[in-house]
Design a protein around this ligand. Sequence first.
Ligand SMILES: [Fe+2]
Length: 244
Amino acid sequence: MIFPFFKNKHKQISSQLKVDIHSHLIPAIDDGSQCMEESLTLLRGMEALGYEKIITTPHIMSDAYQNTPENINSGLKLLRNAAVNDGITMEIEAAAEYYLDDHFYELIKKGELLTLKDNYILFETSYFSKPLQLEEIIFSITSSGYIPVMAHPERYRYIKNPLVEYERFLELGVIFQVNLNSFAGHYGRKARELAFFLSKNRMISFLGSDIHHKKQIDTLRDVFNSKEFKDILKNNTILNDTFI
Ligand SMILES: [Fe+2]
């Protein structure tokens, strides 16, 4: 057992960022953690960084990960039990990261979506091509009473004119969740540049770990310790802690 005193000693995280809203920690249901031991390693790493609450977000993507509220919630139950038995005290919840495909469109119509807090929907698109009906889908999300949160807007290669395209998303009611590790270049140079672009233009509403693997914990620590990190928090109105 690890005593709380020793656990607190190495906390790195800012007091503005106690809640993580994007990760893949339920074992073997997507491309994140593949077994409970791996999930516990990741949870211990997040707790050591200072996170107090994790809302984990398995992929729902009809071609690859056919997850449902039922299997996500039963996976969450197992994860919580294993975490408690391991002495982890972080609060753990689950929602989903929705890929915008036809299946998603049906789920909106049925109102069967897993939300962050009450009505925030975390979504992603193809990295390479902008969905043809993206604006219509976003409209269907907002007109159904949800707030669309675009996961890692800095990672989409189809963004050619950042100012125009990001401003258009904001006009449509989308808010942005940038991956913390993008600031360290974890997803390449272009994603790093766009993450800083979004920060400088004060466009970021959420910062997420998007944790899939252990190596990403070390990168997160580097980001929290970087000299730029304070500016990112200062420039943007970060909403993570409204989800506590
Ligand atoms: Fe993700």
